[in-house]
Design a protein around this ligand. Structure first.
Ligand code: NAD
Length: 293
């Protein structure tokens, strides 16, 4: 099956990035959000990111305009999905919202359409089960920022057909990403490794093994990571990390994934990382200053 028309649900951080890379690959894209101002903000981000590529001489302004021209902003859900070959969902990580949306999409989208969720944690099988096409339902996990990051994790739910996996692999490659195919499990492949690694770094800080800046330097230079685990934690958001660690404990029923007390304390204090100006580093000055624990 050839995909020509892609609908992206959500024009937020991930949605506008997904719409951008799909349009850049030549797909006809509809981007849906619930209010015009969210669509406007999504388009603004896409134009800003394309503008950067133009400035660097990677594409002409004309090419950038053509890419934006392939994306139509839509508010009505039925309108958004009625002629889609593929629907990629990037709406907030709230189970009820996703399940309700998928029921509606299933009713309104053509029978042949494939349904893909960009969820970071919610079960693909659970979402697929509210549709009448669980074999055409799949996880398509992009990374942030979408135009920059090179991976899509493709997640198979209990009923996902191999033919659906093949189509999503082709689309992911066409939008310039490498893929890995994983069976559904909490955290898929990347977060399964990342969350325990960041937890362990925070535990070591809590125990006084190293300072924040030394732990970051150690992992950066010793393991060749592009940034240290505490800098990365501040980027991701400490509330998000805590949410995922708690979710892992619930799903795996295994305390080895438990969040360090320090992480919970920092979230309670409202120190959520870059987005609040303070996490493992203080971002209020010119340069990030590591905190002492
Ligand atoms: N932010 C990340 O780093 C990241 C990485 C991978 C996956 N994800 C996943 O991607 C999804 C979206 O995350 P985000 O960071 O882009 O969130 P976001 O809050 O930036 O964007 C969500 C957008 O969805 C819109 N929305 C809400 N209800 C909607 C509906 N019914 N239909 C269409 N749009 C609706 C919101 O108005 C908002 O613009 C989540 O499932 C998240 O777990 C996020």
């Amino acid at each position: 099956m050839e995909i020509k028309k892609i609908t992206v649900l959500g024009a937020g951080q991930m949605g506008n990035g997904i719409a951008h890379v799909c349009a850049q690959a030549g797909y006809e894209v509809k981007m849906r959000d619930i209010e015009q101002r969210f669509l406007d903000r999504g388009f603004e981000t896409i134009k800003k990111n394309l503008g950067r590529a133009v400035k660097k001489g990677k594409m002409s302004q004309e090419e950038a305009d053509t890419i934006v021209g392939r994306i139509t902003g839509v508010l009505d859900l039925k309108d958004a999905v009625k002629d889609a070959d593929l629907v990629i969902e990037a709406i907030p990580e709230v189970v009820k919202l996703k399940l309700d949306t998928w029921k509606e999409v299933d009713e309104a989208a053509p029978d042949h359409a494939i349904l893909a969720s960009n969820t970071s944690s919610i079960s693909i099988t659970q979402m697929a089960a509210v549709t009448k096409r669980p074999e055409q339902f799949i996880g398509m996990h992009f990374f942030n920022p979408v135009p920059v990051m090179g991976l899509v994790e493709i997640i198979k739910g209990a009923a996902t057909a191999d033919s659906t996996v093949d189509v999503i692999k082709t689309v992911s490659e066409k939008v310039g990403k490498k893929t890995v195919i994983v069976n559904e499990a909490p955290g898929f492949a990347v977060n399964r490794v990342l969350i325990p690694a960041i937890n362990e770094a925070i535990l070591a800080i809590q125990e006084g093994v190293a300072t924040v800046e030394d732990m970051d330097l150690a992992i950066k230079l010793g393991l060749n990571w592009p940034m240290g685990p505490l800098t990365l934690a501040d980027f991701v958001g400490l509330d998000t990390l805590l949410y995922i660690a708690d979710y892992f404990v619930d799903e795996f029923k295994d305390s080895k994934y438990r969040a360090p007390a320090l992480l919970r304390k920092m979230v309670r204090a409202g120190w959520l990382g870059r987005k609040t100006g303070k996490g493992f580093y203080d971002y209020s000055g010119e340069k990030p200053v590591p905190l002492r624990f």
